[in-house]
Ligand binder design. Sequence first.
Ligand code: PMV
Length: 337
Amino acid sequence: MGMTPESATAVAHPNFALSKYWGKRPGPGNFPAVPSLSVTVAGMSTRTMVRFSDELGADELVLNGVPTHGEPLRRVGLLLDRVRSLGAEKRRACVVTSNDFPTASGLASSASGFAALALGATQAARLELTLSQVSDLARRSSASAARSLFGGFVELPAGPEIPDADAELSARPLAPATHLDLRILVCVTSEEEKGTGSTLGMRTTAERSPYYGAWLDAAPRLHGALREALLARDFQRIGELAEASAMAMHASALAAGIVYFRGATLDVLAEVRALRRRGVPAYATVDAGPHVKVLVPTPDVDAARRALGAISGVLRLIEARVGEGASVVAREGACAS
Ligand code: PMV
């Protein structure tokens, strides 16, 4: 007779980086080469149930209703192995996860996905970790996921300069969701999965881009200035620096042949500049995919919606607010017997 099956369900939200993480420290561990600063969003979420059971011979993954193998299951298994190495729970787990937005298309599904998985798995395994330790665990799978454990505006420092796979590196909250009255309009330009995953995109940029050194040099300065603008609630400066960080990141990637932009991406970027010429303070950021996230003060959101929604390549608009961090929504089994 085995132990009681133990399960927990966690919900996490994507985060969009205003100052981008692009590039890893050489050597072991999954450490960012540059600091980043993000906003956690509300209105989009990943819900993940993790159940350890002695009826399972191997870890299982059900992603958006579909039993999934290959690379996604391997990455989930690596996180579960770390959880099993931290405590008494040694059984295999079944992970059932779903997103209410397109998966793996540059809409930060890996961020919310690994944040929800790290929280759900550590809870199901009855580990007593701080949120900071859960953030470190998530960071080992996907560095941007470290930021989704926290709500509001969140910072992830660069990793240690001397490689040390065991070093702890967690994100930390900088300002709460109420700090800035801001909306993010996600302009979805494709429902397909993205071409080049962020890990390969970063590696190719580091190996082949003549501008990678320039990016490593610029990113911490942009980050420091953005952090100050954020703390001063200077929306215009935040927007300018966020757009500059995204453009510098993509410039370094483009020079290595890594192209995330599509025609519609450029059309949205042009409309964002046109909005500014008409007096609407809108600013854009783009991640490792073709969508554009447009930052706009809440009073200007309707004007921005009308303009962006009229672009033929924009398939739909998701309006997101600044949101809260990850949370546990259900827990079962602890008192079952
Ligand atoms: O954490 P990853 O491996 O999914 O990389 C995220 C990279 C960007 O989304 C492009 C930038 C960022 O800071 O989130």
